[in-house]
Design a protein around this ligand. Structure first.
Ligand SMILES: *[C@@H]1O[C@H](CO)[C@@H](O)[C@H](O)[C@H]1NC(C)=O
Ligand SMILES: *[C@@H]1O[C@H](CO)[C@@H](O)[C@H](O)[C@H]1NC(C)=O
Ligand SMILES: *[C@@H]1O[C@H](CO)[C@@H](O)[C@H](O)[C@H]1NC(C)=O
Length: 130
C-alpha cells in the first residue's frame, strides 16, 4: 500500500514535470457574453432554441475551444447540461428546453474558459412551480 502510494506520487510528479517541459503556444482566455436568451425571453418545455453569444472578440488562439451550457435557477447552477462539446467560435448552438418547473429565475451559463451568465429568463410549460 505504502509502495503503491509513493509510486503513484512519483508518477504524478513525472507527469507534471513532462507537462511543464512541453512548450506551450500562447493562448487567450475567451469568455463570450450570451446574447440570447435575454431578459424577457420566455421558453416553453420541449421547444428548441438557438442560444447565441458574441464571438466578435474571439482571440486567435483560445485556451479551451470547446463549450458547454448549463442551466441555472434562483442564482444557482443546476446539474442540467443543455449542450456539450461544441465549438465556442460557432456563436450559436441549438438546445432543447428541458422539462423543469416553471420559473422566471432561470439563467444559462456558457462555459469555455470560464462561465458567463445570461440574464434571468422564463421557462414555462410544465404547469409546476415552487
Ligand atoms: C497562435 O498560435 C500560433 C501557433 O499555434 C502562433 O504561431 C501564434 O503566434 C499565436 N497567435 C497569437 C495571437 O497568440
Ligand atoms: C438554429 O440556427 C440554425 C442555423 O442558423 C438553423 O438552421 C436552425 O433552424 C435554428 N434553430 C432554431 C430552433 O431556430
Ligand atoms: C437572477 O435571479 C437571481 C435569483 O432570483 C438573482 O440572485 C440574480 O441577481 C438575478 N440575476 C440577474 C442578472 O438579474
Amino acid at each position: 500500500m505504502k509502495f503503491s502510494v509513493s509510486a503513484s506520487i512519483a508518477a504524478v510528479a513525472a507527469l507534471l514535470a513532462s507537462a511543464s517541459a512541453t512548450p506551450l503556444t500562447p493562448r487567450d482566455v475567451f469568455v463570450p457574453p450570451i446574447l440570447y436568451p435575454h431578459a424577457g425571453t420566455v421558453w416553453t418545455v420541449g421547444q428548441r432554441h438557438n442560444v447565441t453569444w458574441d464571438t466578435s472578440d474571439a482571440p486567435v488562439n483560445i485556451t479551451n475551444g470547446k463549450g458547454f451550457i448549463m442551466l441555472r435557477k434562483a442564482g444557482l447552477t443546476t446539474p442540467v447540461i443543455l449542450q456539450n462539446n461544441f465549438n465556442i467560435r460557432l456563436g450559436r448552438i441549438e438546445v432543447t428546453v428541458p422539462w423543469v418547473v416553471d420559473g422566471s429565475d432561470y439563467q444559462l451559463v456558457l462555459f469555455g474558459d470560464s462561465g458567463n451568465f445570461s440574464p434571468n429568463f422564463t421557462i414555462q410549460g410544465s404547469g409546476l412551480a415552487f
